[in-house]
Design a binder for this molecule. Sequence first.
Ligand code: PHE
Length: 452
Amino acid sequence: MAHIPTTERDSFGSKIGVIAAAAGSAIGLGNIWRFPYVLGNNGGGAFLIIYLVFVVGIGVPVMISEFIIGRRSQRNPYGAFVKLAPGKPWYLVGIMGILAAFTILSFYSTIAGWTLEYLIEAFSTGFQNMTKSSLNDNLNTFINNGYRPVLWQLIFMFLTGYVVYAGVKNGIEKYTKILMPILLVIIIVLDVNSILLPGAGKGLTFLFKPDFSKINGEVVLEALGQAFFSLSIGMGTLITYGSYIQKKENLGNTAVSVSMADTLIAILAGIAIFPAVFSFGINPEAGPSLVFVTLPLIFEQMTGGYFFAILFFSLLAIAALTSTISVLEVVVAYLSEERNMSRKKATVISAAAISVLGIGCTLSQGPAPQLHILGKSLFDAMDFLSANILLPLGGLFIVLFVGWQLKRLDVLDELSSGGQHKVAFFRVYLIIVRFLAPIAILLVFLNNLGVI
Ligand code: PHE
């Protein structure tokens, strides 16, 4: 591998900064909004087990691979593949990642906007005197309003751009280091409260007790997609963040810590939600409206609900922001490194372009149902396309790239920071990225296409 110039590239200043930023990316609406309802729709505990297997067996190796590609190349996802495999078509994986940044952020910012609306509502009314049907109406009226959800979405995109614009160390690292500890404290407070509710045990049983009769090919694909989505892998977010990690940091340990933190928060979110859901006798299979209808209903009835509602929606907004910045950073890094734009210009242009697609997603949920692709609303189509297709496909190519394209010694060199760290798991890692992970991802795909 040729000498890599590292001059003038922004980077994370500390180990804690790396973990805060990467965990901040991973921990998001995926953990607190998506994980609980996907688990609820897919049978509870059995889903959790498959999910955990995918996180450990595929997620961690893909994450390590992304860090390797990023730090080795010191580039954005497109530039990274061009630099590490010049003249080969691997750069298409980078392009796919940039595309995925658009699809993810477009629907993600819709929900991120909802969290702001609900945060304000928690402050102002605390959902007082609302019933299940009035909460449902409330959500529908808000979604169908058109201009309010779009306004909140744009405000959220503005906040995201504000942090990204400030840079890697002075923006992303600075804010995630403050926000992530707050997030942890909030979720623990919510968990304690939830577990102490009468009848909480049923919720814990639903979350942890596997019922394997619920499992089929679709559930397995959902679990794989959820693992990729939740860990922020498969589209180059962590290639980009990896390129800002200093040479001395241990990439393997970092990936394990980040994945553990992400999984822990998903489970803690499940513990905050399901015991409360069961305690109030509500159906756990509510779908995407779980946290916007079911939870407010619970807060309305719960002692101290006003306070917990504010905490919960702050938690969602914080979790969303530390993730949206990581997605926007992919596009900004690409534009500023490959298209010679200033960071400022790159931030404004990418945030604006993504917002256009984002507004489409938001409107497709309510006032503009004609925004449909393949029988799904634009919103659902972007969600499905990113989580269940683009990310696993990206992950497949990323492990193949590290397993078969990069030189074994270069991979070892990067993982060990030039021999500074012992890499005890190297052979296992190689076997996974060369064979096990690609085969597993392909099987899940083929099964869902009905090929096997
Ligand atoms: N991991 C984030 C979440 O769980 C979403 C995300 C996906 C962020 C892909 C970046 C890349 O909310």
